[in-house]
Design a protein. Sequence first.
Length: 342
Amino acid sequence: MNKKKLITFGIAFLILIQISPSCQKDNTLLDSYDITNYQTLGRKIFYNNLPIQLVGVNAFHSFGAGSSDMSNWNIEVVREFVGNVKENPIDGNPIQDTNGSYLHSLQKIVEGNRLNNKVTILCAFGWDGTNSNLFTGKRPTQTFWWNDYKVKLQQWATHFKNQPDVWIEVWNEPYNYNQTDGYTDAIWMSDMNELTQVVRNSGNSNILVIPCCEQGQNESVLVNTGVAFLNNKSNILFDIHAYEKWLLVDDITNQNRLETLKQLDLPIFFGETAPMNAGVLMNPQSFLNLIYNRGLSVCAWVWKYDQNDQDALLTASGLPNNNNNNNWGTIYKELTTRIRNP
C-alpha cells in the first residue's frame, strides 16, 4: 500500500488516544487466560476445531492501546501497525521514542485486544518511525536494518510463543509494486523462508502471516510457489492486499483468481483493503461480497477517527465515515454485522 497517509498520522493518533483508553489489565491475568490454539488446516483458519471467518481492521494501538471502541463493529481481529520496530517496547510501560511519539508495548496492545476478544496480528510497518524507512516496497535483504530486524523478530516470536491469539506478520508489503527491484519468486521464497525460520527457531508455533509480492497485491507468487513454500511448514497464513490490482478488476476475473487459490488449497486472507491507495478512488463493495461469500477473512484499512482521510472508517465523532469514499464506513460496518460464513 502507498502509505502517504502516514505523513499525517500524528493527529489521528492523538485523537485515538483520547477515544481509546489504555488497557490496564495486569500481566498476571495472562497466566489464567485459557485459549484453544488457532491453526490453519488446508485453506481454512480453525479455532476450537471449527473453521472460522474473521472480519477485522488495521489499527494504530501502538500509540494508544485498547480496543473497546471496536465492540459495536463486531471486529474480531486487529492487524497492528508497528511503525518503529527498532524502539517499540515488547513489554512494560509506554516509552517516548526518538521522534517524540509515545509507544505502548506490544504486550499491552495484545492485552487490550484480548480483553475485547480480538486476535492480534503484529506487523512490522517501519523500522524507526520515519517515512523514509518504511518496510513497504523494499526488498528485505537490501534494507540496512535486515539483520537487526531479524533479531527483533526473534524477540517478538519468543515473547509471544505461548500466546496463540497473537499472530506475527513477518514483513509489510515487500518488493516494489511493478517488480523493478529485480524481484523474482525465488527471492520471495528465500526471504520468506528465512523469516519463517527465525520465528520457528524461537519455539513459536502460532499462526504466522506471510505477505505476497508487489507490495502485497500480487498473488501470483502463491500460485507459482505457495504449495512448495508450505512443504514441511504448519500454521501459515498468506496475506494479500486488495487495492488497484483487485478493486479495479472485474468480478469474473477476481472470481477466477480466488478459485485458483482455492484449488491449490492455500490459506489466504486479505490483510488490507480500502477505497483509496495511490490516488484513484475505488469501490470495495463487490470485492468484499466476493470474499465474504467464499468464507475468507479480511482486515480493512483503517480504524481511524478522521473524516478527511478517505480510508478512515470513522468520523471524529465515531460515526461511519462516508465522506467522498464510496460510503466506505457504512459498507464495512455492514460487513462486520453479517453472520460469519467460513
